[in-house]
Design a protein around this ligand. Structure first.
Ligand code: UT7
Length: 334
């Protein structure tokens, strides 16, 4: 998507995140299913992940707390927002949206609010959309959240999918800025729905294709053809980063952080090596937080931001792929 020069900029004014306190290690998993710490770490790079206490925590509480942290960092209040977008596929309820409840909890009434469904691309799709809405002149301040309680949609009786996922939320507050050089330099969002059945969550038996009928994972839980997703991702992920860098004239030397969806460390490493990016420009936290779908890019961004790793001089890239199948990128200057 090519963008005309904006009349003003879009500033990421603050970031925030939230993870549950409860830690689920690979060794914990090996007590309830036939797996080992070694197998999981070798195949995914994960040692442990965070999971919600289902009685007191979930997508709503994490999204609320992540956005509150981002508002505090931005020195703003909920009432300063005119829109909240929550990227998630694990909303507790299909109606109302998580975003509307977050808005009420943070005093953002009467800001507009909706959830956005793009699986692991939830945060990057949401922030891309938010910046475009600010650039359109319709909105001035938007709270963007990617939040996912994956533990609520994985079947812990099955070892093939459950080992990969964890729970988290990441958030950013975007505001209109008089400096047109600040903001999103380039963005892409894409999808190919023909690959939907390699990562899907059926609630009714009639949604299950014949090819997956023998899958032991119980209805209402995420199903994944790991090998197919891996094949798709290992090429697509690199292509999306490469496209973003080429379109903005960035090289491995000039680019800042490449903030990746934490899908599987092997997928991220394959892209990093092919593009000649040094380790210190590609942040990894999957070892501690697992793959938290829409939560992951916002969580990484917040951790990097607070560590002072998002530099003013170097544009940084956000990139994700996921169920749909979907993919997205954004290149930002702060
Ligand atoms: O966020 C976006 C979404 N998803 C992804 O990015 C996922 C992409 N895919 C992957 O990360 C990998 O496919 C997995 C990590 C999920 C699986 O790794 P894999 O190398 O594709 O393993 P596999 O499914 O081919 O299984 C290899 C073997 C099988 O045994 P046999 O048939 O060779 O005897 C599995 O039954 O490993 C067995 N296996 C396990 N063993 C121990 C499968 N899961 C486990 C497990 N522990 N948890």
């Amino acid at each position: 998507m090519n963008q005309p020069a904006p009349p003003f900029g879009v500033r990421i004014r603050g970031t925030g995140s939230c993870v549950p306190n409860r830690i689920l290690t690979n060794d914990d998993l090996s007590k309830i299913m036939d797996t080992t710490d070694d197998w999981i770490f070798q195949r995914t790079g994960i040692r442990e992940r965070r999971v919600c206490d289902p009685m007191t925590e979930g997508t709503f509480t994490m999204a609320r707390d992540a956005l509150k942290n981002a508002l505090d960092a931005a020195e703003m209040k909920g009432s300063d927002l005119d829109l909240i977008i929550v990227g998630t596929v694990t909303a507790e309820m299909t109606c109302p949206s998580v975003a509307a409840r977050v808005g009420a909890a943070l005093g953002a009434v009467p800001a507009a609010a909706f959830d956005l469904s793009a699986a692991c691309c939830g945060f990057v799709y949401s922030i891309n959309l938010a910046q475009a809405l600010i650039q359109s002149g319709q909105f001035r301040s938007i709270g963007v959240v990617g939040a996912e309680a994956m533990s609520s949609i994985v079947d812990y009786q099955d070892r093939t999918v459950s080992i990969l996922f964890g729970d988290s939320a990441g958030a950013a507050v975007l505001t209109r800025d008089p400096d047109p050089r600040i903001g999103c330099l380039y963005q892409t969002m894409g999808s190919d729905g023909s690959g939907w059945s390699s990562l899907y969550l059926p609630r009714r038996p009639q949604e299950v294709p014949a090819s997956d009928a023998d899958n032991p994972i119980r209805l209402g839980n995420l199903r994944m053809n790991g090998k197919e997703v891996f094949r798709f991702a290992v090429t697509k992920f690199r292509e999306v980063i490469e496209d973003a860098m080429i379109k903005t004239n960035l090289t491995a030397e000039s680019v800042g952080q490449v903030v990746c969806h934490q899908s599987n460390v092997r997928i991220i490493e394959a892209a990093r090596e092919k593009l000649g990016l040094p380790h210190e420009k590609v942040y990894i936290n999957i070892d501690r937080f697992g793959n938290s779908s829409a939560g992951s890019v916002g969580l990484c961004l917040d951790q990097l931001w607070r560590a002072g790793k998002i530099e003013k001089e170097r544009p940084f890239v956000m990139v994700a792929f996921g169920g749909g199948l979907t993919w997205a990128s954004g290149v930002w200057r702060i």
